[in-house]
Ligand binder design. Structure first.
Ligand code: FES
Ligand code: FE2
Length: 375
């Protein structure tokens, strides 16, 4: 296992690229049994942001989240807090709620036999109540899911053995806290289905040296990829990246967030790519061993330095349009994996030091699966 050492012990080259080269067997992307273990051992024991808080802005607003084989109802309670619970009827397991909206009567009625649930998932009225075993009905509810609201997002966690969200996020939580994300607004969103394992998708966004090739007509002139500095703070990773036209004009006050694009992977599957005034956030949701849904958002702060609202809006629209163009370039490469993933001519990845974040990411997964270090 490669250990991340403190910054002070690293040479300048190691401070930029902290881990040595590594190898990774291709089967981690193709083995259906491992895929299932990743869902139960990793996704069921992590925090992830699932919806912008503004999707349930008002009391009785609700939204249903369906990913990784789970369905969760998220509601805004009258006291302003958020409630999250499994979207499954406790009678015979029917799906309770669809879509999103405002639940005017604060009740959700099962479409099958009419069990009624409150905004917080507690069971209310039951048709033919006397015909049930009363002991089974006592205290019954749609089981709660751990939820926290932070940074403008609703985060979920399916396990009790994971620390509270801010403790889980550790250093990258401290980093993200500095942006004031609670005051930002989700401006654009898009989901794209990709024909590759979820880890291929995450890998694709955690190194920058593909920029001059994959993005030669879009990002190559902007992203100073040679000067990316990678950080390993397990289980998460991040990097600071200078951007032409931004970093050269920024105030350099010792806080990289004001002068660099800062790019955080909240383990396992969510990236926050942050400028001081706006960010893109995207999550890779596993669909099957060879399919992934990428959900992407553009989140914007108030207009910077007194900029007129219309100008800021145009800027955000341009930023999003460029993001979609870049995403299409990445998607082409990612989708083309489908045609060669079974190739007898490729058996293992070799990661270089510029891909230290990928090495760290796969080591974290291997550790959680009890596999030891990747070969
Ligand atoms: S399955 Fe919901 S009431 Fe029967
Ligand atoms: Fe890319």
């Amino acid at each position: 296992m490669t250990q991340a050492r403190p910054d002070t012990e690293l040479t300048p080259a190691e401070q930029q690229y902290p881990l040595p080269p590594s190898l990774l067997d291709k089967s981690v992307y193709t083995d259906p049994d491992r895929y299932q273990r990743e869902i139960t051992e990793i996704f069921h024991h992590a925090w992830f942001p699932v919806h912008p808080s503004s999707d349930v802005a008002h009391p009785r607003d609700y939204v249903v989240w369906d990913q990784i084989g789970q369905s969760v109802v998220i509601t805004r309670l009258p006291d302003g807090t958020v409630s999250a619970w499994h979207n499954v009827c406790q009678h015979r397991g029917a799906r309770l709620v669809d879509g999103s909206g405002n639940c005017g009567n604060a009740r959700f009625t099962c479409p099958w036999h009419g069990f009624v649930y409150g905004l917080d998932g507690t069971l209310g009225s039951v048709p033919l109540r006397d015909s049930f075993d009363a002991a089974e009905l006592a205290g019954l509810r749609a089981p709660a899911v751990r939820g926290e609201e932070w940074g403008g997002w609703i985060w979920l966690c399916f396990s009790d053995d994971v620390p509270p969200l801010r403790e889980y996020l550790g250093r990258i939580g401290d980093e993200l806290a500095g942006y004031g994300l609670e005051g930002f607004t989700t401006r654009f969103r898009k989901s794209v289905a990709l024909k590759a394992n979820w880890k291929i998708v995450v890998d694709a966004f955690n190194e920058t040296w593909h920029v001059p090739f994959t993005h030669k007509d879009t990002l190559a002139g902007l992203v100073m990829w040679r000067d990316a500095v990678l950080k390993i703070t397990p289980p998460h990773t991040w990097m600071t990246l200078p951007i032409r036209g931004f970093t050269d004009k920024a105030v350099h006050n010792g806080d990289h967030r004001t002068s660099h694009l800062c790019h955080y992977l909240a383990f396992p599957n969510t990236i926050f790519s942050c400028f001081p005034t706006h960010l893109q956030m995207w999550s890779a949701w596993p669909i099957s061993v060879g399919e992934t849904l990428l959900s992407a958002y553009e989140v914007v702060g108030p207009p910077p330095n007194g900029m007129a609202a219309e100008k800021w809006e145009r800027h955000n629209q341009r930023d999003w349009d460029q993001f979609l163009e870049v995403l299409e370039e990445d998607s082409k490469v990612i989708n083309d994996f489908a045609g060669v993933i079974g190739s007898l001519g490729f058996t293992r990845n070799m990661f270089n030091t510029a891909e230290s974040r990928l090495t760290a990411f796969h080591e974290e997964i291997a550790k959680r699966l009890g596999e030891g270090a990747p070969r």
